[in-house]
Each structure stands twice: as C-alpha cells, then as structure tokens.
Design a protein around this ligand. Structure first.
Ligand code: UFG
Length: 343
C-alpha cells in the first residue's frame, strides 16, 4: 500500500510540481483544489509526465462541511501539504478581507478536519515575506519575523503563529513551515508551469510574456535601491528544487525525525540576483532583446532578500541544484508551449 498524501492547491504552480515529485517517490496523491486560480487540465498534465493520474477533488476549503466530507473520504491519508491560498500581493492590499477569509478559513478547516482523523503531519507553504525588511543578510531562520507589508504576507505570518499554538496544544500534531524565496522555472517536460491569472505580478512571468509578445514592455520598478546596479536583489529558486524539498519535509514528519513539533526552513539558493541580472540572463539564454523600461519603485519592495540555506542543508539534507539559467530556460520553454497551445 502506498502512503497517501493530500495536496491542497495541487493544481497550482508549486502544488502541481510537488504532486509530481510525490508520485515519483511512490506516494499516493490526492489533490484538493477549488480551481479558483488554476485549471483541472493540470491533472492530465501530471498524468502525461508521471503516467499516474492523481485523485482529484474540486472542493472549496473555506466550506467546513465540504472540507470535513473530503477528509472523511481520505481519512487514511498520512499527511497534508497545504498550498491552497490566494497569493497576489497587490490584490491582497486591495481586498484584505478576501485574503484573510480565504487563507485562514481554508487553513483552519483543513487543520480541524485532518486532526479529527488523526492525520497529524502538515507541511505549510510559507514565504520569505515573514521576515519583512531584514536587518541582516543572508536571512537565517533565526531572523526575527516582522509584520509583512501586505495582507497576503500577513496571512503567512499569522498562519505560522496559528501552527505554533496548534502544535503546542495537540501533542500528536507536527508541522513544518517552508519559507520560499522567489520560485520561478517550470518542469523540464514543459508540460506544467506557472499560469498567472491576468496580468502577472511577478518578474519572471512578466518577462516571458513580454518576450512572447503578450505584454508590450516590462516595467522595472526602480533603479535607485542601495544595490550594485540599483535594482532589487532576490533569491530565485527553481520550482522543481522547491518541490523536492516538500517531499523531503513530509518524509521527515512521517519518519518522526522532526526535532520540535513546528520547524521552519528557508528554501532558497542562497544567491542573490538583481532584476537587471535576471533580464540580462534572460536575454543571453534566449538570445533575444527584452523590451523594458525603468520606472518608479513599487510599494512594499525591499532592496535585498536572500536566504541562508544552512539549516535546510543540515537538517533536511536538501539544497537547490538548478541554476538561474535552468530556471530561465525552463520558464521560457513553458511560456512557448503555452502560447502554441492557445493558438
Ligand atoms: N519586478 C519588476 N517588474 C515587474 C515585476 C517585478 O521590476 O513587472 C521586480 C520587483 O520590483 C522585485 C523583483 O522584480 O524587485 C521581484 O519581484 P516579484 O514580484 O517577482 O517577487 P517579490 O520578491 O516581490 O515577491 C515574492 C513572492 C511573494 C512574496 C514576496 C516577499 O512572489 O509571494 O516575494 O517574500 F510575498
């Protein structure tokens, strides 16, 4: 019998890549997704890549009755990897209540429904945004968390606090919070990748859409930051490396290897690249010129964020293998496949 893992938000960008890695590690995967920012096509794409069709249930985890029902059906699961959440920083500033409602109701219903059935292992999809504007770099897990700029970011920070309280009150329950830096890239097959809804907020999909002619021009938000070329520095990480870390994290809980009931790990490469570095690499990988213009700073952007990767290396035995060029070429490959599909 394969070990069953429930992946909420499994039709989304990071969730779908993680579902593939879980299947390739011989887990039985059940995907729960409301398809609010994803497509059911992802299920057949996962089949195309792995030869396995994961179980899929379309469910809104904000709805407690529906959530309890689906966990009753899958009460033999051993753990949950929780990706389901809204994630657009700018939209969360416009619609904070929608973000708090969606991200917390779904988290609380999931925790309640799974623990009723003794499904006591939980991996949480967190973000480097919990560090706010860090005073020291690289950021270690010991850096203090700060109130993030956006409601979206705040849902990640408060969720970690909820998990802290819950793991203290429920001694059988263990959780790992994975704090992502900047996930980009796509599966090497070119069959899955990021599917931004409408105009992308993030740098890489904006670049690939501009190069594909979907957007006219990339706006670079500010070149007067205290960095080498004035543009902000981020720690970009390949989504496949990120997905692999989730498999290692869930195995750690299944094998009772966690050292505390709630653990935190940064997931990054430890390398910082500026916006102009990314643009230059894109131009060199694709042998093309990108149309871009420097404009005003965007609210809430911090000058520099990059991870210390020591803890993940030491405790999970995980580090990122893929380089910036791999991230860029796989993103571009995916974008081109998407365009040829929509033609
Ligand atoms: N950028 C541009 N033009 C764009 C988009 C982005 O210049 O059109 C710049 C941003 O100003 C920033 C860098 O590219 O300097 C990266 O921006 P992203 O939006 O791709 O990523 P962020 O670092 O802002 O956001 C990421 C995650 C969020 C998370 C945040 C903080 O996407 O989920 O890190 O940790 F909240």
């Amino acid at each position: 019998m394969k070990t069953k893992i429930i992946v909420t938000g499994g039709c989304g960008y990071i969730g779908s890549h993680t579902a593939i890695e879980l299947i390739e590690n011989d887990f039985d995967v059940v995907i729960l997704d409301d398809l609010s920012n994803s497509t059911e096509k992802t299920i057949s794409r996962i089949h195309k890549i792995t030869g396995v069709t994961p179980t899929f249930v379309q469910v809104d985890l904000k709805d407690p009755v529906a959530t309890f029902k689906v966990f009753e059906t899958h009460k033999d699961a051993a753990g949950v990897i929780h990706f389901a959440a809204h994630k657009a920083v700018g939209e969360s500033v416009q619609k904070p209540l929608m973000y708090y409602k969606n991200n917390f109701y779904s988290l609380l219903n999931t925790l309640e429904a799974q623990s009723v059935h003794g499904i006591n292992n939980f991996i949480f999809s967190s973000s480097a945004t919990v560090y706010g504007t860090p005073n020291t770099l690289p950021i270690t897990e010991n850096n203090e968390t700060q109130r993030p700029f956006s409601p979206y970011g705040n849902t990640k920070k408060i969720a970690e606090e909820i998990l802290d309280d819950f793991t203290k009150s429920n001694k059988s329950f263990s959780a790992i919070s994975l704090r992502y830096f900047n996930p980009i890239g796509a599966h090497e097959s070119g069959a899955i990748g990021e599917l931004p809804n409408g105009i992308p907020n993030n740098l890489m999909p904006y670049i690939t859409q501009t190069a594909a002619g979907v957007r006219e021009k990339l706006m670079v938000y500010g070149n007067d930051y205290p960095t080498k070329d004035g543009t902000p520095i981020r720690d970009y990480i390949h989504v496949v490396d990120l997905a692999k870390a989730h498999v290692i994290a869930i195995k750690r809980l299944l094998n009772n290897k966690q050292e505390t009931p709630l653990e935190f790990f940064n997931l990054g490469t430890g390398l910082g690249y500026s916006v102009l570095d990314v643009i230059k690499s894109f131009e060199s990988v694709t042998n093309s010129k990108l149309n871009y213009e420097i404009t005003e700073r965007r609210d809430g952007d911090v000058p520099q964020l990059y991870a210390s990767t020591d803890l993940a290396k030491e405790k999970l035995g995980w580090s990122a293998d893929r380089k910036l060029n791999d991230m860029i070429s796989s993103s571009w490959n995916w974008e081109q496949n998407l365009r040829s599909e929509t033609k």
